[in-house]
Write a protein that binds this ligand. Structure first.
Ligand code: VGL
Ligand code: ZN
Length: 208
């Protein structure tokens, strides 16, 4: 059984948002169209408390996109984004949220960032998504959303590590492309056995 996993299609990652992904909103119609073809749709929502450790503004003397060392290793510092309950943290207004049977929020612990929908950036704190999917009998994931080089990448790779069959739909994701991160992401996903497919192929897979 398969599920469409829609990562972080939120205002702050779209043009005009605090951490805008170039053309991030272009994924919305493609995702809505795919969601109509899938029996199971899961959304993720980046959901940080104000003053989150991943925000540059939380560190004196740092700027957005600096890298610092935290307990679990390197952390890129971001502009304040997806603060709980703010308009920037809301889903893009045109995203068909009604199609979703689960919304998983991540990054709500003040001192741990979470790119992946499965594990936070310490690599050990689970979100519970594996258990949800397994107990529902879902073994195949089609991952879409934002950003290709951060949350989509880590979600897809962790999905493989958790034993799922994983595809990413190329037209349904866009990247931030920070210091070569987009090339690195496609390489890491490829190495992990993530398939990169078209929206047509994803629809055909959903109907099969
Ligand atoms: C993301 C950076 C920080 C993402 C979230 O959704 O890709 N990137 N928080
Ligand atoms: Zn974030």
């Amino acid at each position: 059984m398969q599920a469409l996993l829609v990562v972080d299609v939120q205002n702050d990652f779209c043009p005009g948002g605090a951490l805008a992904v170039p053309n991030g909103d272009a994924v919305v119609p493609v995702i809505n169209d795919l969601a109509a073809a899938f029996d199971h749709v899961v959304l993720t929502q980046d959901w940080h408390p104000a003053g989150h450790q991943s925000f540059a503004s939380s560190h004196d003397g740092n700027e957005p996109y600096d890298t610092i060392t935290v307990d679990y290793g390197e952390q890129i510092l971001w502009p304040d984004h997806c603060v709980q309950g703010t308009p920037g943290a809301a889903f893009h207004p045109d995203l068909n949220v009604d199609a979703a049977e689960l919304i998983i929020r991540k990054g709500f612990r003040p001192t741990i960032d979470s790119y992946s929908a499965f594990y936070e950036n310490d690599g050990t704190t689970p979100t519970g998504l594996t258990g949800y999917l397994q107990t529902r009998g879902i073994d195949t994931l089609v991952v879409v959303g934002l950003a290709a080089d951060f949350c989509v990448r880590w979600t897809a790779v962790d999905g493989r590590d958790e034993g799922f069959s994983v595809s990413v739909v190329e037209e349904a994701t866009r990247g931030i492309d920070q210091d070569g991160s987009l090339d690195a992401a496609w390489g890491a996903m490829n190495d992990a056995g993530v398939q990169v497919i078209s929206a047509d192929a994803a629809r055909a897979q959903a109907d099969a």
